[in-house]
Structure formats: C-alpha cells, structure tokens
Design a protein. Structure first.
Length: 253
C-alpha cells in the first residue's frame, strides 16, 4: 500500500535549528510519521522536546553552534552512541541579516555564509559518511529559500547562501546517489516565523507580500510537515537533487 511508503517508524532524524518555527514544524512532522528525533540547537528546545515525547518518540537534545564546523564530528558521535544510526538529516539551522548591499559588512556576510551554507555542506558530508558506513543509504533535506530562485533586497549574504544551498543539493545528489543517498531541498516561501516578524509588522510590506501570494496568507510551520515527511520517506526514492518550493504559489505569480 502506498501509505506504507510514508511510514518512518524506527528511523532516526537529525534536525538542526528545531527549537521554534520551521525546524520545529518539520521535527514534529517527522515524529508524527514515526521518527525518533535528534535536535541540534544553540538553546534547549524544551517545547519541541515536550511535543515530540508526547507523541511517544524519543528526543535527544544536543547543543552546538554550527557556525563553527569543528563541533560536527563530536555531535554525530553522540547521536550514533545514543541511537546506533542516523537515517535522515534536515539542515534547517540558519540566520538572516538585513542591510543595504552598499553598506553590508564583512561580519554579516561571514556569519550568514558560515551557518547557512558552509555548515550545510560539512554536516551533510559527515552524515553521508555515516550513511555509507551503515550501508543502507539515507535522506538529506536541505532548507533553501525563495531567494534560491530570486535576488531579493537588503539580504545579500542570505541570498548568496540560499543560492549555494540549491547548488550544493544538486552536487551532493550527483555524487552520493550511488550510495543510496537522496539529497533534496525545500524552499519555503514567506513563512510566519521569528525571521519574518519585522516584515509582518510593516503594514505596507505585509500587504505587498500577501498581494503576491496566490494562497493569500503567510505559510506556517505545519505547511512543511508533509514535504519533509515525503522527502524523508521511501515515497521519494526516485527524487534526487530537486528543490521543492512550498510558497503558496509565490513563484507561479
């Protein structure tokens, strides 16, 4: 039966940046589909932990600043020691800095690029090595953006980093498919999260954004549950190197 292909019981999903927002939504979706969850955050994701365990799943909380990739190896060792394996990686942790391009600082460039693209590659590399060692393939889901497709304004390092995520997703899919590893990405549209609070609070800009979205609403963390479960499941085994837009129709307008 086709619904069995979406069943993730017995799988272990590693989700970065899952204390709130989209990461929390995807972690909950994966838990609802049967996964035990590992969260890597810079703070304790107490609400996510409580909600995952309320579903009867295990949740391992690890603290780490992925803007510095030297922590990755140690974090993965803790995951494997606790669960014995990793089956799914969701590279969600990210930041955004806003400033006119003419004034944009090197620090704001480096901080965003280090977390949003450099850590995505090196976390994926480390997890792919674990997948290969396990010999059963695996699923990697990167979080891209509408700005993987468009230029945007006042977010030069974010646009660069999310364009890099789309390219890296294709590159890793090309190289690792032979190991049974699927690498895909989700590109959220305008979502109601902490990162967009300033935009939603700006009455004029909020109205402009909603007028462009065919669905006529901001996206919610729950809107990413289905795409995340699909890309993490056997139902997506023949999808590789693709970025799925979850944008309420923004790109179609």
């Amino acid at each position: 039966m086709i619904l069995n292909a979406f069943d993730l019981k017995g799988k272990v999903a590693l989700v970065t940046g899952c204390d709130t927002g989209l990461g929390q939504g995807m972690a909950l979706g994966l838990a609802e589909a049967g996964c035990d969850v590992v969260g890597i955050n810079i703070v304790e994701p107490q609400e996510t932990l409580d909600r995952v365990t309320a579903l009867g799943r295990r949740f391992l909380s690890l603290k780490g600043d992925l803007g510095k990739i030297n922590c990755i190896e140690g974090l993965l060792e803790k995951v494997v020691a606790e669960f014995g394996r990793i089956n799914i990686l969701v590279n969600n942790a990210g930041i955004i800095r806003r400033q006119d391009a003419i004034e944009f600082s090197e620090k704001d460039w480096d901080d965003v690029m280090d977390l949003n693209s450099k850590s995505v590659f090196f976390m994926s590399q480390a997890v792919a090595r674990q997948f290969i060692k396990q010999g059963q393939g695996g699923k990697i889901i990167n979080i891209a953006s509408m700005l993987s497709f468009q230029g945007g304004i006042r977010v030069p390092s974010y646009t660069a980093s999310k364009s890099a995520v789309m390219g890296l997703t294709r590159l890793m899919a090309n190289e690792w498919a032979k190991h049974g590893i699927n690498v895909n990405a989700i590109a959220p549209g305008y979502m109601a999260t902490n990162n967009t609070q300033m935009l939603r609070a700006d009455e004029k800009r909020n109205a402009e954004i909603l007028a462009r979205i065919p669905a006529a609403r901001w996206g919610l963390p729950d809107d990413l549950k289905g795409p995340a479960v699909f890309l993490a499941s056997d139902a997506s085994d023949y999808i590789n190197g693709y970025t799925i837009a979850v944008d309420g129709g923004w790109l179609a307008r």
